[in-house]
Design a protein around this ligand. Sequence first.
Ligand SMILES: C[S@@+](CC[C@H](N)C(=O)[O-])C[C@H]1O[C@@H](n2cnc3c(N)ncnc32)[C@H](O)[C@@H]1O
Length: 390
Amino acid sequence: MEPAWNTFVEGDNLDVLATLPADSFDLVYIDPPYNTGNDFAYRDDFRGERGEGARGRHAAWLAFMRPRLEAGRRVLAPTGAIFVSIDDHEAAYLRLLLDEVYGEENFLAQVVVNLNPKGRQLGRGFATSHEYLLVYARDAEQCVLDASSASTVVESDFPLEASDGRRYRRLPLRNTNKKFNPLTAPTLHFAVWGDPSSGRVSTAPFDGAVEIKPVFGDGTPAVWRWSRPRIDERPDDLECRAVRGPRGERVDVFQRDWRHPVGGRRKKLRTIWLAEEIGSTDTAVAELKDVLGHVFESPKPTGLVRRILDTMPADARVLDYFAGSGTTGHAVALANAADGGVRTCLSVNAPEPTRVGSNAERAGYATVSAITRARLRAVADQVGGGYRER
Ligand SMILES: C[S@@+](CC[C@H](N)C(=O)[O-])C[C@H]1O[C@@H](n2cnc3c(N)ncnc32)[C@H](O)[C@@H]1O
């Protein structure tokens, strides 16, 4: 029998993590309480031990997180990675804690996630419109994370169309990185011949051609990205054009960079993820409303988690041990349905009581775990992949 795409375990994650085998997940995503003052229930002994005020608050949060990050690391495969959502309240403390638990050498990125594009309008000061994702490998040397995504390749990146209908964009054939120049790469500094009216390019002179040498924008000598034999082998992938630059018109050579069919091309992920690409807290609330109603205040958009999933193989074993409304499990089902993947997701959430008078309580959900469970069941019905409880 195929494993269910989604499995749920109710309980304190520290207890649940202790029951899971070592090295059994490829990807951990967590969105722990941010310690905003009302989303993190202090245990009385923490308050007594760690003192009052900001320092005590950070210390209590770190004491809560440390064993949970250590336990999460134990269950992560040596090829795996962890993504942790966090906002400004604890970002600096969490980064240092992750450096300690995972090792600074395994830090991969601190991504800015633009989840509130309008910016927070409450209170004084800046209208904060982002939070962060801290990304660490269990072991950077062995990690299989691919920091690129197929879904970030957009049609408008390839604005030109060849006569046979294939889409492409023009990339300068000259190397625009100043580290590469005739001194550092002398074999790539040579003249080619091109005709801007026909577009033809060759390493040998021909009728109607002008001689072109690679130069930087300021006119200093540059080098090509392709060797002579490569230019001769792929003349159809090159184009000669007259272009206007700051120093007047000149003739230059461009590579025709073809848009390959879906799945073929991936684009490097930048470290700023925009709401228009991955969704926002508002779109996340709407997604949850479609499945269960407005029963959770700050879910993450499935688009955020799908982008994370996209960095790992399509059979990744995913773990979210602060599952909340079950966004990660939802995103896993959507990703499998979209690309035929066989990812599995284990979601864990404590039976934390919902706030009296909240939408969730009025809708009959006495605990957050009841919400997680209900969403993952609904996702299995709507998207497929099955649902199991442990
Ligand atoms: C910020 S929310 C996660 C939201 C989630 N990413 C989503 O999109 O809905 C954090 C969740 O962690 C849960 N939680 C807090 N402490 C926990 C613990 N010790 N064990 C398990 N779950 C816990 C809370 O009930 C809350 O639902």
